[in-house]
Design a protein around this ligand. Structure first.
Ligand code: IMP
Length: 183
């Protein structure tokens, strides 16, 4: 892991979680999913929440050993380093999930506004049969919703991070490791 700090727009970030540690967390989530969905006779939907979850979903898919279908949706709630509290459906589902079991793949759960709104929408509006939430990262100090997070890769303190899909105003998604803001 590079030890240097990085600069994105007007902010500086320092090394935080190395790539290998991220992959270990994804191994753990995949093990749980493979055990829970072992022998399933339906074809569950793996729902990638664009854009941040692309690297996570890509790695997770390679570890999933039951038949599944990849579907994507684009949502947005963050502006800069702050959650706006409003979840925007920027692009609809790339395929219908009606009557299907859905595994949401989220990069990070912060306030939980995004994931809770998405779960509700999938069940009430899109007719999903069941929705499970799978997130690579969770900020437990911030998450205060009564909705169960079924699979969590790693818990982190409440700090703004970038890398492995996560961005600061669209920069940083391509970085292999995760970096934390250097206040
Ligand atoms: P929530 O709705 O507050 O749970 O926020 C979830 C979304 O906000 C994630 O899918 C990310 O896109 C973004 N987000 C939350 N925390 C961070 C962070 O530390 N860095 C980058 N994006 C974040």
């Amino acid at each position: 892991m590079k030890e240097e700090k990085i600069h994105l727009h007007d902010k500086t970030f320092k090394p935080y979680i190395r790539h290998e540690r991220i992959l270990d967390a994804i191994d753990g989530v995949a093990r749980e999913l493979n055990s829970d969905f072992h022998g399933c006779t339906d074809i569950p939907v793996v729902l990638c929440v664009l854009n941040g979850s692309i690297p996570f979903t890509g790695e997770l898919l390679q570890r999933i050993d039951f038949p599944c279908q990849l579907v994507s949706i684009k949502l947005s709630s963050y502006q800069g380093t702050q959650s706006t509290g409003t979840v925007l459906n920027v692009m609809g589902l790339t395929s219908s999930v009606r009557g299907r079991r859905v595994i949401i793949c989220e990069d990070i759960v912060d306030t939980g506004n995004t994931i809770v709104a998405l779960k509700e929408m999938l069940l009430d509006k899109e007719g999903a049969a069941e929705v499970r939430i799978c997130t690579l990262l969770l900020k437990p100090e911030v998450y205060n919703k009564p909705v169960k997070l079924d699979y969590v890769g790693m818990e982190i303190p409440n700090a703004f991070i970038v890398g492995f899909g996560l961005d600061y105003n669209e920069l940083g998604r391509n970085i292999r490791d995760i970096y934390v803001i250097d206040e």
